[in-house]
Design a binder for this molecule. Structure first.
Ligand code: ZN
Length: 206
């Protein structure tokens, strides 16, 4: 339960490190109770007319996933959402806004080599377990991350970092580069909104 505004929440994902109360932005770290101090607050989500909300559902490959959290990146060219979708702790997906559609992706446990950290637009990259080359199509700076719901990393995602898009004809990679050594890479495929099997969407009136 959020001690600030009394909103109840039970964690759905074991991967989540914290819950950002969508009503008051308090950051409630898992297993930490705030009896004395006022909790830290995340930046409030910017109204961006996304069709999704916490509690929306996606049926993907015959499995029902629930939208349980999101990061909203404030990038050089505008806001972009990365939603965290949960079916159970083994079945987790991420849904990323992408111009003209969405990317349904999984987090890739591998990282780029340190020597690959100099990014030039158009340059070809190889990622482990993907057997095609990817081309760097965009590199933007993240200046701030807004959050709501269950999130798995507050500190790294709250810092300034480079966000890169890598694409080929079939797949899409979204890479977050926090520094020379650590990065998070999401690998997936693009879909048009009409291709997604969705439930419990946000209503136009909010
Ligand atoms: Zn609250």
């Amino acid at each position: 339960m959020c001690k600030v505004c009394n909103l109840t929440h039970q964690f759905k994902s074991n991967l989540a490190a914290a819950y950002v109360c969508p009503a008051c932005q308090s950051i409630l770290y898992k297993g930490v109770s705030y009896t004395q101090n006022k909790p830290e607050e995340a930046f409030r989500i910017f109204e961006d007319l996304t069709p999704f909300k916490l509690g929306s559902q996606l049926n993907f490959e015959e499995i029902n996933y629930t939208f349980i959290g999101r990061y909203q990146f404030v990038l050089t060219n505008g806001n972009r959402n990365l939603w965290f979708l949960h079916a159970n702790d083994e079945k987790v997906l991420y849904l990323l806004d992408q111009p003209g559609g969405y990317v349904i992706c999984k987090k890739n446990p591998h990282t780029l080599k340190k020597s690959d950290y100099d990014f030039t637009l158009g340059r070809a990259f190889e990622f482990p377990e993907t057997n095609k080359l990817f081309y760097l199509s965009s590199k933007q700076r993240n200046t701030m991350t807004r959050m709501e719901g269950e999130v798995f990393d507050i500190q790294s995602y709250n810092m300034s970092f480079d966000a890169c898009d890598f694409a080929n004809d079939k797949q899409f990679v979204f890479g977050l580069f926090f520094g020379r050594m650590n990065n998070d890479i999401y690998v997936g495929q693009r879909y048009h909104y009409s291709e997604l099997k969705l439930l419990n969407m946000r209503k136009a009136d909010g």
